[in-house]
Design a protein around this ligand. Structure first.
Ligand code: NZQ
Ligand code: ZN
Length: 402
């Protein structure tokens, strides 16, 4: 049986072969109202702290004051101005500060961009190498044990608060890449759901789409009879569908914010990836759209994911059908029609929370599609589970969502 047929076979039948895996996640989660005050006991009194944050939202919503009050007595150096999609050229300035001031703890206060940027700063400051861009791009590079760092999360979306991955952009070359550091988990993360109340609706919907996409990237792959992970993933997807209207309303309830925040963390902290095949094609294509066209991360996923489902429907047939039946409760007996309906419902869900789902709606045309496909060809990238999303498939996916 050739490789493609084997994958098709695996995807359409349950066979009992959950992948082997090893699970480790050392991040301490501190969850709930008023918990930012816990920084006073989570960060040692003698620490020289670098406080990293973004463009200023924490100074407008009261989070900054809570952090400063809780850290009273520590020597604090501030490094604000980290961009959404953190830029390498900004972050290396913080690396120098860490070295000069002998910083021994970094506290990230913000969303995924701030936590990701902090993961890079913490590792690069412990790296003797001349070119720290290699930390991000050279997979053979031995990652340094980073400076200890923790997080106060202000935007539920990426799960960066409880994983060891980070995504760094380089605007100078219009590139955006992910890296992982085995020792790069936050020591702790504080999740106070009330921070959601100051988020613009655009960021809430970006977060919902991002969590939804993370879950699908680890769920809509091979049928391996991974019941625990499948039911978990379906629970996350259903929670998002159920909570979205309340979250997008003028007065989201505390319970919705709490469910939203925990869904984000559980979506990419390693729980639902145990023993399953993972996809990540949507994210890889999405990163190019951010790097080349400046779209927010969540905006790219709302466009690309329905395209991946449609173009890869044969390879993902078994899981797409399970998704249709269990997440969207579609009872249509014709399997192909049921899958069509599930793809349509997914796109409609993204649109219902204000997301555009077509490249044309952002004025993105064929030239960008050509550039992305050329980049994937040059890098020798075949993405998705088992490398099934070839550059040619990538073209078809982007053509499908024009
Ligand atoms: O910069 P400030 O002023 O703080 O404003 C931010 C920013 O403009 C604002 N914001 C955050 N919390 C707020 C708030 N505004 C009001 N109230 C609050 N409570 O929101 C804007 C976006 O913030 P950002 O941190 O960029 O958002 P997000 O958490 O979506 O992070 C996106 C980045 O994470 C990467 C993405 O690629 C992108 O670079 N990802 C990281 C992952 C990981 N580490 O595992 C996985 C993801 O798939 C993703 O790729
Ligand atoms: Zn994401």
């Amino acid at each position: 049986m050739n490789r493609r047929l084997l994958i098709l076979y695996l995807n359409n039948k349950y066979i009992s072969c959950m992948n082997n895996f090893e699970f480790r996640n050392p991040t301490r989660l501190v969850f709930g109202k008023g918990q930012i005050a816990r920084l006073s006991d989570l960060v040692g009194q003698d620490k020289k702290v670098l406080l990293t944050y973004g463009g200023g939202s924490i100074k407008r919503n009261g989070v900054y004051e809570q952090v400063i009050a809780a850290l009273k007595g520590r020597e604090i150096t501030e490094f604000g101005g980290i961009e959404a999609n953190p830029d390498y050229d900004t972050l290396i300035k913080a690396v120098e500060i860490c070295k000069q001031k002998k910083i021994d703890f970094i506290l990230a206060v913000g969303g995924g961009s701030i936590i990701d940027g902090t993961k890079f700063i913490a590792a690069a400051a412990k790296c003797d190498c001349e070119d720290t861009w290699k930390l991000i791009t050279d997979k053979s590079f031995k990652m340094p044990v980073p400076i200890d760092f923790g997080a106060v999360l202000t935007l539920p979306a990426t799960a960066s608060e409880m994983n060891n991955g980070a995504v760094i952009s380089r605007r100078a070359t219009k590139e955006k890449f992910a890296f992982h550091n085995p020792d790069g988990f936050p020591c702790f993360s504080i999740l106070d759901p009330t921070v959601v109340l100051s988020l613009p609706k655009k960021q809430i919907s970006n977060g919902i789409v991002d969590i939804y996409a993370h879950t699908l990237e680890q769920y809509l792959t091979t049928c391996l009879d991974t019941k625990v992970m499948d039911y978990w993933a379906e629970g996350l997807l259903k929670t998002l569908i159920e909570e979205a209207p309340n979250l997008m309303s003028d007065n989201p309830s505390y319970d919705s914010c709490a469910n939203f925040m925990l869904t984000a963390t559980m979506g990419l902290n390693g729980f639902i990836s145990m023993g399953v095949d993972e996809d990540w094609a949507t994210h890889m294509i999405g990163h190019e759209l951010t790097a080349l066209c400046g779209l927010d991360h969540g905006e790219t996923l709302a466009i690309v994911h329905p395209g991946v489902m449609a173009v890869m429907r044969q390879e993902k047939h078994g899981k797409l059908l399970q998704y249709a039946r269990r997440v969207w409760n579609i009872t249509e007996s014709d399997q192909e029609k049921a899958i069509d309906m599930a793809i349509e419902k997914t796109e409609n869900f993204f649109r219902s929370i204000g997301k555009k789902t077509r490249l044309g709606e952002y004025g993105i045309g064929n030239d960008i599609i050509d550039t992305i496909v050329e980049r994937f060809e040059q890098r020798g990238w075949a993405v998705g589970e088992h490398g099934i999303v070839t550059p040619e498939k990538t073209r078809q996916i982007l053509e499908r969502v024009k």
